[in-house]
Design a protein around this ligand. Sequence first.
Ligand code: SF4
Length: 165
Amino acid sequence: MIEADDVGGVHIKYLYHCRRQLWLYLRGVRPEHLNGSVQLGEAVHDTSYTRRSPVDLGAAKLDFVDGRHWVHEVKSSARPTPADQAQGRHYCYRLADIGIDAQGAILHYPKTRRTHRHPYTPEAAHKAKADIAEVLTVAAADTSPTRLARSACRGCSYTDYCWTE
Ligand code: SF4
């Protein structure tokens, strides 16, 4: 069973996208290699920030932290999502946990050349902690959460798994 310290950015992303996705992922279902959008995400990482090294915090691996302690994340999507923001504050939470005064997350969207800044406030810290607790709640469920509406599944790497009767 997953522990609070094992919760990483992928868990947080799936929590916000779809609880069923998180539940399946936690049980070892990994169909990502079938999905084009994940490969695109990897390609964006490869070409946009080749001079940076990812920061490894154990369960959480973030793109990089600048000298002023802002977390930077490069996103393959065109538009920001609540999941992106939640991941950013999760990384700040993990950094704060090891004594680094994280200032917030700067999310980069190369496709649209936009950046979004999310300061790490006490409220964000509280939300980050609540998100981890929520991941543990999903993990503890005996049965898989229900599917989202089909329209919300577009692009999800688990579509075949969930929708092949
Ligand atoms: S296909 Fe839909 S229901 Fe299944 S994990 Fe993905 S978003 Fe959730």
